[in-house]
Design a protein around this ligand. Structure first.
Ligand SMILES: Nc1ncnc2c1ncn2[C@@H]1O[C@H](COP(=O)(O)OP(=O)(O)OP(=O)(O)O)[C@@H](O)[C@H]1O
Ligand SMILES: [Mg+2]
Length: 384
């Protein structure tokens, strides 16, 4: 009896099916390590919930570590000033022997920011000009702290420093502005240090960042899709293989068609099949029968997810969700939704944007929308 190697709801141990993204991070790590480059564009990998964003960024963290690059990890949160959190993390990186000199830069940046936060709280709606000035002074102070910490790390034989931000769609706008400003300034600075900034977030990240910063072309947005069949097979077969167990080919085929590329569901399938197969010992395998027995339990977990999405939707959004489901749930035209509801496309745009931002639906280039999680169509139809 061996415990399950699958990770439903937890950061994945490895990220099969992400070769393109990993190659990107590998290349950036090499540039930082070997060429002491400052990576000027801020990366944003975006996708709906449960597609594997956090797991990807954690894997990137391991890649940077292998290249001797220090990293700080922050999870953005609506109620916090992101830049202050970053400064706190920078503080933790400073070795005690060097503390006094460098900490003074961090302290002074923290003070500048705190003042900015207080000002922001008093002025209900800061004028655009004020916002730009605040971003400029926050970012100058931040640059001094960041560059000095990085130089200390270089002295300690580290190759550079990267900032990794999860849930960037929740970052406060003043911090985003200041960070964007800082990245722009550092790129042009003769004293620039080997560094980079990489983030992941929901599909709403793009609009959120665009509305916060004026030169958002500095950001490199890249959509993260579901896993392809090969990725799903590896995600299921490899952890079993590492424990001396295996999946029968037909069971893998069935799992691929059940998971439809959704990473969270892949892990649920692996985990539940592992249980019905009796926690396989080395030499045992998982069969179609085991998987068939496991699927109802997988669906129970998926239903929990569907229910919470449904509950968090407004009445207008629910109306939209039902209509999208009735129209098939995939590549549904905006005009068809409006026609079915007997309204103009304009009338549904707010509800649609809300669902897009939260990654419950996604839209392709032609504005057609699809559900992001397999099975949601069937679940909604079964409710009504
Ligand atoms: N490449 C992958 N292959 C297989 N499973 C994966 C992969 N990436 C992530 N997972 C699994 O998918 C689930 C969701 O992963 P993760 O938490 O990284 O996604 P997320 O996009 O950050 O989700 P959220 O938006 O809820 O934060 C987890 O159970 C994780 O173990
Ligand atoms: Mg996540």
């Amino acid at each position: 009896m061996q415990t399950s190697p699958y990770t439903p709801g937890e950061v994945a141990d490895s990220v099969p099916g992400r070769a393109t993204q990993l190659a990107f991070y590998e290349e950036k790590a090499q540039r930082i390590q070997n060429l002491s480059e400052f990576i000027a564009r801020v990366r944003v990998d975006y996708a709906a919930r449960g597609v594997g964003k956090t797991s990807l960024l954690r894997e990137a963290e391991r890649i940077f570590a292998r290249h001797g690059i220090a990293a700080i990890w922050v999870t953005a949160n609506q109620d916090e000033n992101l830049l202050l959190t970053v400064l706190d993390e920078l503080r933790k990186l400073v070795p005690t022997s060097k503390a006094a000199d460098v900490l003074s830069y961090i302290d002074s940046a923290t003070l500048t920011l705190d003042a900015g936060v207080v000002r922001g709280a008093v002025t209900v709606k800061p004028k655009k000009k004020d916002a730009v000035t605040a971003a400029a002074s926050s970012s100058k102070a931040f640059i001094a702290a960041f560059e000095n910490v990085t130089r200390v790390l270089l002295d300690e034989d580290r190759k550079g420093l990267v900032i990794l931000i999860d849930e960037i769609q929740s970052a406060d706008k003043p911090s985003l502005r200041a960070i964007a400003y800082a990245w722009q300034e550092m790129k042009n600075s003769p004293s620039r240090v080997p560094a980079g900034l990489f983030s992941v977030g929901l599909p709403g990240s793009q609009d959120h960042i665009n509305s916060a910063v004026t030169f958002s072309e500095r950001f490199d947005f890249s959509e993260l899709f579901g896993l392809d069949d090969g990725g799903v097979v590896t995600a299921l077969a490899e952890p079993a293989h590492n424990l001396g167990a295996s999946w029968e080919r037909t069971a893998l085929q069935m799992a691929v068609s059940e998971a439809r590329g959704y990473a969270y569901k892949v892990q649920l399938i692996g985990d539940e099949a592992w249980k019905t197969a009796g926690y396989p010992d080395p030499g045992s395998s998982i069969t179609v029968e085991h998987l068939t027995e496991a699927m109802p339990q997988v669906e129970v977990h998926m239903e929990t997810l569907f229910r919470s999405r449904w509950r968090s939707a407004s009445p207008k959004q629910r109306e939209l969700l039902s209509t999208i489901a009735e129209l098939g749930g995939r590549d549904v035209k905006r005009e068809d939704i409006a026609a079915r509801l007997g309204v103009t496309t304009q009338a549904i745009s707010m509800a649609r944007d809300g669902l897009l931002r939260r990654g419950i639906i996604d839209a392709n280039r032609h504005g057609r929308v699809s559900f992001t999680v397999p099975g949601f169509t069937e679940w909604i139809l079964a409710q009504s």
